[in-house]
Design a protein. Structure first.
Length: 357
C-alpha cells in the first residue's frame, strides 16, 4: 500500500502531504498509529500543562475571524488586575502545573510593555521562580520581546494563522496593523532573542485548500519551530468571515483535518511541543483527548478567573467558559487519564527540539 511507504519516509513533500491530509479509513488509522508511535518514541507519553490566563481581551487588531476583534462592539472589554493574574499564577504553582501562559489581545503601548515587565517580576517572586512562563501577547518590537525575556519569560506563541500570503490577506484587513511580513519578522526576532518559539495556523478557514495546509506544515518545518498550537477555525457571528459560513467544510470535517494536521506535524517534527487546542473541544467533547492520542503533548487548562471567561470568546461554543479553575483541573486529569498518557506535574515540559538545536 502507498501509505506504508509514505509513513516510512524521512521527509514528506507537498504532494504526499496533500494525499495524507485526504486519507480516510484504514489509511487514516495507519497515519494516526504512526504519529502515536513517533510521539512515544521521541518525547514519551507525557502531557504537560500550561495554565492559561486570558489577561485581557482588549485588542488593537481587527482580524476578520476573531470574536474579540477591535471592531466588535458587542464585547465587554476587561483587563485583569495584577493581583488577579498573580492569584491565577499561584493557583498553577500550588497545583504543580509547571507552566503558565499569559494571553491577551494585541496592545503595544508603553504602559502595557512596562506592566508586563513588572508583572513578570511579581509572578516570579510569588511562585519562587518555578513556573515556566509562556507569553502570547502578539506583535511587539524586538526590544520589547527582549525586555520580557530578560524578566524570565521563556516561550512565546505567535500564530502565523495562515502561512500563505494571499490567504493571510483575505483573513485580515488591509492595513499596517495586519502585515504578513511584519508577523514573519516578529517570529525571527523572537528566535534571535532566545525564546522557545511557537506558531500555528487555523484549519478549515474559508478559501483554504489542502494545498495551503500542506504548505503550512512545510513552512513550520522550514522555520524550525519549537512549539505549535493549531486548531479548527470555528466561526463567530460578530465577525466579517461569518458571511462565508455556508461555504465552509462541516465542523466535523474541520475537526478531522485538525487531527490529521496534528498527526502529520508530529511525524514531520518529532520532538517539538504540540498543543491540543481548546477549539477542538468546541466541536467534539473528546476533542483534546483525540489530539493527545495522535501526537499532541500540551494542554492549556483555563485558569482565568471565572467572571471573565465568558468575555474571551474568540469563537462560538468555546468550552470551559463557565468553569472555575479547579473544575478544569479535575476534568482534564480525568480526560488525560483516559488517553493512557501521564501528566508531567511540576515540570516545565520545555520543547526538546529547542534544546537539541
Ligand atoms: N476560530 C478558531 N480560532 C480562532 N482564533 C481566533 N479566532 C478564531 C476562530 N474564530 C485563534 C487564532 C489566534 C488564537 C488566539 O485564537 O489562531 O491566534
Ligand atoms: Fe486580536 Fe488575536 Fe483576535 Fe486578531 S486573533 S483580533 S490579534 S485577539
Ligand atoms: Fe475546562 Fe474540562 S478542561 S472544563
Amino acid at each position: 500500500m502507498i501509505i506504508d511507504n509514505l509513513l516510512n519516509k524521512d521527509n514528506l513533500n507537498k504532494e504526499e502531504l496533500v494525499y495524507l491530509l485526504g486519507c480516510e479509513g484504514e489509511e487514516k488509522t495507519k497515519l494516526f498509529t504512526k504519529a502515536a508511535e513517533v510521539k512515544a518514541k521521541y518525547i514519551g507519553r507525557k502531557v504537560y500543562f500550561r495554565g492559561l490566563i486570558e489577561m485581557s481581551n482588549i485588542c488593537r487588531k481587527n482580524c476578520l475571524y476573531c470574536g474579540i476583534r477591535s471592531g466588535n462592539t458587542n464585547v465587554h472589554r476587561y483587563n485583569l488586575t495584577d493581583d488577579e493574574v498573580i492569584e491565577a499564577a499561584k493557583f498553577a504553582w500550588e497545583n504543580r502545573y509547571g507552566s503558565i501562559a499569559i494571553q491577551t489581545g494585541e496592545v503595544s503601548t508603553k504602559e502595557f510593555v512596562d506592566r508586563i515587565e513588572n508583572l513578570l517580576d511579581k509572578i516570579n517572586k510569588a511562585t519562587n521562580h518555578e513556573l515556566g512562563i509562556t507569553l502570547s501577547l502578539g506583535e511587539q518590537t524586538e526590544e520589547t520581546y527582549r525586555r520580557w525575556f530578560n524578566k524570565g519569560a521563556i516561550r512565546y506563541l505567535l500564530r502565523i494563522e495562515a502561512s500563505n500570503r494571499e490567504l493571510y490577506a483575505k483573513l485580515h484587513p488591509n492595513d499596517k496593523h495586519h502585515d504578513f511580513d511584519e508577523r514573519l519578522e516578529c517570529l525571527k526576532a523572537l528566535r534571535r532573542v532566545g525564546y522557545q518559539v511557537g506558531t500555528g495556523v487555523m484549519i478549515g478557514l474559508p478559501f483554504q485548500t489542502l494545498e495551503h495546509l500542506a504548505d503550512d506544515l512545510l513552512w513550520m518545518q522550514e522555520i524550525d519551530v519549537d512549539m505549535v498550537g493549531m486548531g479548527p477555525y470555528v466561526e463567530h457571528p460578530d465577525t466579517p468571515l461569518y458571511q462565508y459560513r455556508d461555504k465552509l467544510l462541516p465542523l466535523t470535517e474541520r475537526f478531522n483535518l485538525a487531527l490529521k494536521m496534528t498527526a502529520l506535524l508530529r511525524i514531520l517534527m518529532k520532538d517539538i511541543n504540540i498543543a491540543a487546542p481548546t477549539a477542538l473541544q468546541a466541536i467534539d467533547p473528546l476533542g483534546r483527548e483525540k489530539a493527545i492520542k495522535v501526537g499532541a503533548n500540551i494542554v492549556m487548562p483555563n485558569i482565568t478567573p471565572g467572571a471573565y471567561r465568558n468575555d474571551y470568546k474568540l469563537y462560538e461554543n468555546k468550552p470551559c467558559t463557565d468553569d472555575a479553575a479547579d473544575d478544569c483541573k479535575n476534568c482534564l486529569e480525568a480526560r488525560i487519564q483516559l488517553t493512557g498518557d501521564e501528566i508531567g506535574y511540576g515540570e516545565h515540559g520545555n520543547s526538546r527540539h529547542f534544546y537539541r538545536r
